[in-house]
Design a protein around this ligand. Sequence first.
Ligand SMILES: NC(=O)C1=CN([C@@H]2O[C@H](COP(=O)(O)OP(=O)(O)OC[C@H]3O[C@@H](n4cnc5c(N)ncnc54)[C@H](O)[C@@H]3O)[C@@H](O)[C@H]2O)C=CC1
Ligand SMILES: O=C(CO)COP(=O)(O)O
Length: 341
Amino acid sequence: MMYSPKIAILGAGSWGTALAVHLGRAGRDCVLWGRDPLLLEQIGMLRENPKYLPGISIPENVQLTSSLKEAVSKRDIILIVVPSHGFRSIVTELNNLMCKTDKENAAFVSCTKGVENGTLYFMTEVIEDVLGIEVSKKVAVLSGPSFAKEVAQGLPTAVTVASKDSTLAAQLQDVFSYGTFRVYTTDDVRGVEVGGAVKNVLAIAVGISDGMGLGLNARAALITRGLREIVRLGMNLGASPLTFAGLSGLGDLVLTCTGDLSRNRQVGLRLGKGEDINSILSSMNMVAEGVKTSRALYDLGVRTQTDMPISMAVYQVLYEGIKPDEAVTSLIERPLRPEWE
Ligand SMILES: NC(=O)C1=CN([C@@H]2O[C@H](COP(=O)(O)OP(=O)(O)OC[C@H]3O[C@@H](n4cnc5c(N)ncnc54)[C@H](O)[C@@H]3O)[C@@H](O)[C@H]2O)C=CC1
Ligand SMILES: O=C(CO)COP(=O)(O)O
């Protein structure tokens, strides 16, 4: 019998809306939840999200609600697509409002890319911490190179679903794969989360370099040495190095560092041109995860004794008032070393 799950998508920003559009087109039973009732009402009237994904029509079969309780009642799959700083509060609300049976029956899928400040938890760890679910059983991650706008436009996209539960990973692969959207599976949950979180910080670094006009050689160097940082951290956290050559590693790193649709790259470009981080952030209506993640990554680097000079330089620019050109100089003047060690 065909697997026909009921899906809830929590977060009506650009990515949540794009996923709803995609799943709606695939004929899936899905409901999109957003915290802003007025926006949800507007989306319902226009059948598009004017704030986060204008110009893209949302299929009629996508249900809409601003009631979290209603969204997650009797759902088989719950996609969490809110920024990492709001992730814990949503999961805590779920924990409080879902009945035991609904909690036990649902699979929880993080579509968020970041690390929680303070705890330094990845999103599946936040889920486990709050819901007390063994990660191996009911948790998955969806990640990879996937600009919301392009997914919503139906352009070819390949992503990765990671879960320790191979049956769940295969079910999600089947649920999401439709049209030009291809899904691969892996059991390396932590590796996929590391790649998705760190690439946002590195995209800020590449944006800074490009914004300063440092050229294509510098861009390639930052991406390649940045990948080295992802691999080092990932391996210190028990991930498989192979994961970082995949879609959620190199794939998303290249996309975010070079694609102008990236909000993180845009933050970097503007920093590189001399703008102040506070004025950049106050002008944006969307999240650039790398800004908050760079702080958590700094702490994670210290805790795991991982050498991550590019990520650290981004942290210094964002939080310690170091000027972009000083950060570049300090990277270039580092002691010379073998490429692999
Ligand atoms: N936009 C993209 O192309 C992609 C984004 N992602 C990831 O998806 C996550 C969400 O990003 P976007 O949808 O792009 O962000 P966005 O900035 O477009 O929208 C964020 C949404 O979350 C809501 N929100 C913010 N704080 C919240 C909270 N505390 N509780 C509940 N809702 C809250 C906002 O109202 C908004 O609806 C991020 O981790 C991002 O890295 C992943 C792949 C692609
Ligand atoms: O994660 C993304 C694409 O895979 C989106 O990147 P930004 O958050 O930088 O826009």
